[in-house]
Design a protein around this ligand. Sequence first.
Ligand SMILES: [Zn+2]
Length: 441
Amino acid sequence: MTGTVERERLWGGVTSAELGNAVAAVENYLAGAAGCFASLPDADLIAELHELEILRRRLAALDHLLLPELGRRNLAVDLGYGTIPRLLQAALRLSPRQAAARTRAADTVGPRTGLTGEALPPVLPAVGAAAAAGEISGEHVDALCRVLDEVPSDVPVDDFARVEQVLTEAARSLPPKGVADVGRRLIAYLDPDGRAPSEDDQRRHRGLSITERPDGSVEGLFRLTGSAGAKLIAVLDAQSAPRPAADGAADPRTYRQRMADALEDVCDLALRTGQIVAGGPSVQLIITMTAEQVKSGRGHAQTSRGQLLGVQDALLLAHESDVLDSIVNARGVVLDFGRQRRCASRSQTLALHSRDKGCSFPGCTKPTEWCQRHHVLAWVEGGRTDLENLTLVCSQHHREFRQRGWECVMREGLPWWIPPAHIDPARRPRQNQRIAQVPEG
Ligand SMILES: [Zn+2]
């Protein structure tokens, strides 16, 4: 078989003999399938369609056994991916959404391992059995996992098992959307008084995710507890009322657009108060532009989190906040900073940001917002609070660097870190990658 050698080289392992046999059988089928379709009678063509779909589903359901085995061996961590979805994204080029859905399905319908290594039954055994038999698709499994997760946690175990049975049966004859609808009706039936889900359930389901789109805009999904939601609605409602023009013309914005604008207003307000990060620098959004960009108004500025912003947008934002006007030389040493000196520590933080770009500890990527200012020569030992004696360090490294045997020194205006002898016997100073990079322009 031609594929075998190549697969071995790519994955660094060999697939099982069982899979090898299956691949050979599939290749045999594929070689003749296209030709045979044309000659099949109508009813047989439909039968072929059904049988193929069942086969596809049964193969997909193997993930419910394979992924838990990855988990049992802790392979995602050992290989450096941290989590199974990240391993799937990297190894199979899956989208984050698909990787998360497959992992969630395997976690819910596959075998589980307890804390002490003991085997536990699946959370949803009936769903798993139907998937393994090819009676329901991956989308059905996803819909069932989601809707069954909505069953209030105080429903007795036997009732929950019956709900799972009923919904799995429904999935054998309905599309995934239909299953979700039946599920919602069933949950409403279990809870005829429509009592609010418990605070525990609400907290279990809370979450917020934000994704950056290729065009630079940002989208997200959230689910909040009742109390958090009430606060959000109160704030956005007050801020999103239509604003007719001076001549009385109606506000052209849609409701959704007004809500989006209201959220931005609220964020602006929060940023202006400067009270968001307790104990950190008083600056929450830091944007770096070169002097050239400020002059021309063209190009892209960069936030301290690496997001690109049009220079025009960045200048508008800068109009509302302190302007970062540090000037850095080719090696990143700050030559001059802040014309605005009404708040020395604030300007210093901005200057430190343009030099250190965040935590200066080697290998750390924490952005400036999460950093504290560290006195290289301690303040009590006479160390001054100026740029030559300050560097940004995240709270973790601030807490741990001494304990781990590291030392910080300033050389020619830049922070360097000396590793302990057990890391480098010669104790050669190291720099954070962001500082070592020669800045553009
Ligand atoms: Zn750090």
